[in-house]
Ligand binder design. Sequence first.
Ligand SMILES: [Zn+2]
Length: 200
Amino acid sequence: MLPNVSAIDDLVTEFARLPGIGRKTALRLTYHLLKQPADRSQRLARALVDLTERVRPCARCYNLAEGSLCPICADPRRDSAVICAVEEAADIAAIERAGEFRGTYHVLGGRLAPLDGVAAEDLTVDALASRVQGGGVSEVIVATNPSVEGEATALYVQQQLRPLGVRVTRIARGLPMGGDLEYADGGTIAQALAARRDMT
Ligand SMILES: [Zn+2]
């Protein structure tokens, strides 16, 4: 009788779906886990279940949160008058690593990309406008990536916020065009934030 290896196939398939992991690495990881004590794999499985059950978008800024608010929105020392709008929650981690920004964030949930089927209504720009309308916001820094889609998204955000009378700034082009905020070093991010300009 042939051994039933569908459990192995299933895990290899799931690993191979992750970014940067090919089928070969997926196999290697799976066989590595098989050689480990069972409780290690069980801990990994539990961590994955916890991730899906506990992590939710922040009710205010759409950053990742375990409660209703993310740690940044819940921190009274952060300046809620300044909102930095980013494409993805991973960009927040990059800006936080730079350690200069003391304001709050808003995760747009991507960038305008009509060819990939991402339209304005798929982003959280309306929620951002609501936050501005709620009062107490003096500036929105648009920190979308320096790509064609990122620039188009920045322009769209500015157009939506302009009627609300809030100052809208764009991070400087210290970042390479086509680059990704998520992978930029802290110094570059700090510089791009410091040299931001008004969008007119
Ligand atoms: Zn938040």
